[in-house]
Design a protein around this ligand. Structure first.
Ligand code: PEP
Ligand code: MG
Length: 537
């Protein structure tokens, strides 16, 4: 028995036979070409054929693993169509009078080196993608058969690294786990494993001669156990059976719609604090992100995060969610979330003090930096922005003016941005009372029941001594939610809940009856709520 440790990128237990995947080398030779234009035409034809292959792979991945797993093949198509990439191939053919295969190989090396040297983790990952598309292009040019990945009888796939095209061609019904020597938590192997709901380990320094051996993958401890002893095997067989039982019930709901028996669709989104929560979002099959608490970006740092730093995070979330809605809440600090470098004065009553949108509307520089980052990221996905602690229509009008200024500035600088839905959080009784007017100003409402309860019941949410007075189901709160839904709809805004109450299974039926459009909850609450909604008559 031998144990190899690594980093688990998706939990679970797998037991099976190892199949070691080795890359088939494609040899590329440098040949002198007389007719350069004909060679360029041959390269162009191969690009078109490769695009066709990628489209087919996208459709296959979409059917098998859903949108998030398939998105990479769209990225590959875009990379293949990239003008710089294609011009590089043509330039090399023309200036060096060489064959297209060789020009593609050199371009692949240059581009992947360039990506590998980038600071941004997402861009670094693209180095492997350039190699992947280039290998495909070379295979098309040399009219080679497509790679033949024989995963017959395979269960635990062990490889140095796996490219998206390799993973998508596997027979998923046989694969129980992925183990790679390289790769990162953001690699496609990791994303695919999460989507396929199989344990995966990265960074495992396994020995080369393990092909065909029986092994256990412990995706909790991050261990690959090769040729386990009988008692270790028995222990893991028991664990795997227990795990399977737990997952079975809920997993059946993955990929299913969140729709009541009478056909009403509810958008079931997830709340996150940062990129590290995305794994749980995928794992639990959220239809989008309903609350990204952006202040965590500020809390993690010793100084204001720059526009670029923020942009990278928002873009990464938008891209990972691959077209699904991502609602990012603008900075909500003050009260329980204090940040030293903001230099805020000590207040007697911080919960009712200088916080959230009040800071943003007085420190416009900070607000605009965040809005610029958000609008830039909107070119990469489906972003919505919402504003916390709103009490009046005037605040919203002022926010919209600032948003317009930001858009104008971006336009003047030739920076792209997409369509962005704007919403307000309904967290104060004042916002509830003016919700009909507010609805005319925005696309959506998201009810922050944590603060709404604190301000309505006059109970400090931080004060544990008041727990006995705290009634989460207080009729005042439930009536307010009903009122907000009605007023929102009257004014043309859709209405969701992103406070903790949204995940209260005792209230799900009532929320549905009220006509709520969206619930945004912690990722682990998604599947139990989906079940409740699907059972709703
Ligand atoms: C809320 O107040 O309900 C909310 C979602 O925001 P936070 O908990 O971050 O204040
Ligand atoms: Mg709040």
């Amino acid at each position: 028995m031998k144990r190899f440790s690594g980093k688990a990128v998706f939990h679970g237990i797998a037991i099976g036979k190892i199949q070691r995947l080795k890359k088939k080398e494609t040899n590329v030779f440098r040949n002198h070409i007389e007719d350069v234009e004909q060679e360029i035409a041959r390269a162009e034809k191969a690009v078109t054929e490769t695009e066709e292959q990628l489209k087919k792979l996208y459709d296959k991945a979409l059917r098998e693993v859903g949108e998030s797993g398939a998105a990479i093949f769209e990225v590959h198509q875009m990379m293949l169509q990239d003008q710089d990439y294609q011009e590089s191939i043509q330039n090399i053919i023309r200036t060096q009078q060489v064959n297209a295969e060789y020009a593609v190989a050199i371009t692949a090396d240059n581009f992947s080196d360039m990506f590998a040297q980038m600071e941004d983790a997402y861009m670094k990952e693209r180095a492997a993608d350039v190699k992947d598309i280039s290998e495909r292009l070379i295979r098309v040019l040399s009219a080679e058969e497509k790679e033949d990945l024989d995963t017959e009888g395979a269960t635990i796939i062990v490889a140095d690294d796996l490219s998206p095209s390799e993973t998508v061609q596997m027979d998923k019904s046989k694969v129980k786990s992925f183990v790679t020597r390289y790769g990162s938590s953001n690699s496609h192997t990791a994303i695919l494993a999460r989507t396929m709901n199989v344990p995966a380990l990265i960074g495992v320094a396994y020995e080369d001669d393990i092909d065909g051996m029986t092994a256990v993958v412990d995706g909790f401890k991050g261990e690959l156990i090769v040729e386990p002893d009988a008692d270790v095997l028995a222990e893991y067989e028991k664990k795997a059976a227990e795990e399977a039982e737990k997952q079975k019930l809920l997993q059946e709901l993955k990929g299913k719609e969140t729709v009541t028996q009478s056909g009403k669709q509810i958008r079931l989104y997830a709340n996150i604090g940062g990129i590290s929560d995305l794994q749980a979002v995928m794992q639990n099959d959220a239809a989008g992100i309903g609350l990204f608490r952006s202040e965590f970006l500020y809390l993690e740092k010793d100084d204001y995060p720059t526009e670029d730093e923020q942009f990278k995070v928002y873009r990464s979330v938008a891209e990972t969610m691959a077209g699904k809605k991502v609602i990012i809440r603008t900075l909500d600090i003050g009260a329980d979330k204090q940040i030293g470098y903001f230099g805020l004065d000590k207040e007697d009553n911080p919960a009712m003090g200088y916080r959230a949108i009040r800071i943003c509307l007085t420190r416009i520089d900070i607000f605009k930096t965040q809005l610029r980052a958000l609008y830039r990221a909107s070119a990469y996905g489906n972003i919505g922005i919402m504003f916390p602690m709103i009490i009046s229509v005037n605040e919203v009008k002022r926010i919209k003016e600032i948003v317009e200024e930001v858009k104008q500035e971006l336009k003047e600088n030739g920076i792209a941005y997409g369509e962005v839905e704007l919403g307000v959080m309904i967290e104060t009784p004042a916002a509830v009372m003016v919700s009909e007017e507010l609805a005319k100003e925005v696309d959506f409402f998201s009810i922050g029941t944590n603060d709404l309860t604190q301000y309505t019941l006059a109970i400090d949410r931080q004060n544990a001594k008041l727990d006995d007075f705290y009634d989460a189901h207080h009729p005042a709160i439930l009536r307010m939610i009903r009122m907000v839904v009605e007023n929102g709809h009257k004014g043309g805004a859709w209405v969701g809940i992103c406070g903790e109450l949204g995940a209260d299974l005792e209230l799900t039926d009532e929320f549905v009856e009220m006509g709520i459009d969206e619930l945004s909850v912690s990722p682990s609450c998604i599947l139990p709520i989906r079940k409740k909604i699907r059972d709703h008559q």
